[in-house]
Design a protein around this ligand. Structure first.
Ligand code: SF4
Length: 331
């Protein structure tokens, strides 16, 4: 029997009634909404991630009423601040786009999203490094699309990424882990949180949180453990905020190595010296970049399974997302 069949990892924490729901720039799904009448279909998004999530496609420019194809627009900086304009027609879409974005983001929030994938380099959807012009010439590339800005400001806990950054294996794993963690949190809230359920939720996520930010993870542990006079509503709101913030810290090889050593500490009384040596060697090879994370993790999982270490068997760190995504085979 494998650890998967004993404790189904992420599957046992998810429910088809509340699918992982992601907002996405429509053009990334292959919809013909771009200014040139084309699309920017991203195969990882449609073919690999697609089967596991429910998409909520949004094209801010088309939803604002712009035709397809249409003249290009860009961000122009002047005395009024950043303006969304069409250089060829002189039209200014700033106010319309800001009003639309605020309303649309609020609708999306009410729908219950677990994350958002934005199209890079767009003056509407781009999250960072967007070209900003002054007097018709590019002044810098520190801008952000107007819709993306509204999303960041009005949905501060939502995991958001650009499709280009998802080509980085570590960022990809981190984003998908965040959206699944958020989905589990939303489901826990929907089912009705109690202090006991909060402790169970936190316990299952301990090693995941450690792999992002050990000190923030310990603070969360203290928050949950205190069981003080804090009203439930306040405690749950604080936990939600700190949980999401902790997950934002980038995972690194060093942090994963620490978690692997920490997990191994729970096996020290059951492993013989040969097994310990093999595990330590594999973790060290992972730390040096000679092996992907899946290798020491698989070895650890076998040991956890064989020796039935209850604490580790309950850790979502070992199965935080569908294995078919193969996220840990490349980082
Ligand atoms: S980047 Fe955004 S605004 Fe541009 S076509 Fe894609 S979805 Fe529409």
């Amino acid at each position: 029997m494998t650890i998967d069949s004993q404790n189904e990892g992420w599957r046992s924490w998810h429910d088809s009634s509340e699918p992982v729901r992601l907002g996405v720039s429509s053009c990334l799904l292959g919809e013909l909404v771009r200014f040139d009448g084309g699309h920017k279909r991203d195969r990882f998004i449609t073919d690999v991630l697609g089967p596991w999530v429910e998409w909520v496609p949004v094209c801010p420019e088309v939803e604002l009423g712009m035709p397809t194809p249409r003249p290009t627009i860009h961000i122009e900086e002047d005395d009024r601040g950043e303006q969304l304009v069409s250089p060829s027609t002189g039209e200014n879409f700033t106010d319309e786009m800001n009003v639309y974005s605020k309303r649309r983001v609020s609708e999306l929030d009410a729908q219950g999203l677990d994350g958002y994938v934005l199209k890079k380099n767009s003056p509407s959807c781009g999250l960072a490094r967007i070209s900003v012009y002054r007097n018709g010439k590019r002044a810098h590339r520190r801008g952000r699309g107007l819709f993306a800005e509204s999303l960041v400001v009005n949905s501060p806990l939502l995991p958001i990424e650009e499709e280009g950054r998802l080509n980085d294996p570590m960022l990809r794993e981190s984003f998908i882990e965040q959206i699944l963690c958020r989905n589990r949190w939303r489901l826990a809230v929907k089912r009705g949180l109690t202090r006991k359920r909060l402790i169970e939720f936190h316990t299952a996520h301990k090693l995941i949180l450690h792999s992002h930010n050990e000190s923030a993870s310990r603070r969360l542990g203290r928050l949950v453990g205190e069981i003080s006079q804090t009203p439930d509503k306040v405690l749950f709101a604080r936990y939600e905020l700190d949980f999401h913030m902790c997950l934002r810290t980038k995972m690194t090889r060093k942090r994963h190595t620490n978690v692997l050593h920490h997990a191994m500490g729970h096996l020290k009384n059951v492993l013989d010296s040969n097994a310990k040596h093999d595990l330590l060697t594999t973790i060290e090879d992972y730390r040096r970049g000679l092996l992907p994370l899946i290798v020491p993790l698989t070895l650890l999982k076998f040991s956890v399974n064989r020796h039935a270490v209850a604490y580790l068997r309950g850790q979502l760190y070992f199965d935080p997302h569908p294995k078919e995504l193969m996220l840990r085979n490349h980082c």
